[in-house]
Write a protein of this length. Structure first.
Length: 141
């Protein structure tokens, strides 16, 4: 039964697939937000420190480091971007009530999720959302 439902979803919605993207086609807003192909994406699965809304100087500094590291990863190329469903209440996708109007996505570099790289290097925390909501962010201060 599960297989039948999954197959039906793929037929109706289409499979989610990674799209190759050039580093020149990506601009970075912060360590976990990018702009690509005219759309803004919140990269999922991890959370980086804030720069603009930092709660302390250390968070701002780590946020700048995360953003610089993401830029370095992106500049090396071999990237794929996959748009994924955000963890929002149905009917709110694409509005300010869902992820501040951003889409959600994953970005891989040489086949590895950039979030895993930033987590491993201490520049991000794991951030796994549920079906309709995300957990409270961990602090950096």
């Amino acid at each position: 039964m599960r297989f039948l439902i999954a197959a039906l979803v793929i037929i109706l919605v289409g499979p989610v697939r990674a799209e190759p993207i050039a580093s020149a086609d990506i601009s970075i807003s912060d360590g976990d937000t990018i702009r690509a192909r005219g759309k803004t994406y919140r990269l999922v699965g991890f959370d980086t420190p804030e720069i603009e809304d930092a709660k302390c100087a250390i968070e701002r500094q780590l946020g700048a480091q995360a953003m610089a590291r993401l830029q370095a990863i992106i500049s090396k190329g071999n990237l794929s971007l996959t748009e994924v469903t955000c963890s929002c209440v149905p009917g709110t996708h694409g509005t300010r009530l869902c992820n501040r109007g951003r889409l959600c996505g994953t970005l891989t570099a040489k086949g590895e999720d950039v979030g895993n790289i930033l987590i491993r290097e201490g520049l991000a925390h794991p951030f796994k959302c549920g079906k309709y909501r995300c957990p409270r962010r961990q602090g950096w201060c």
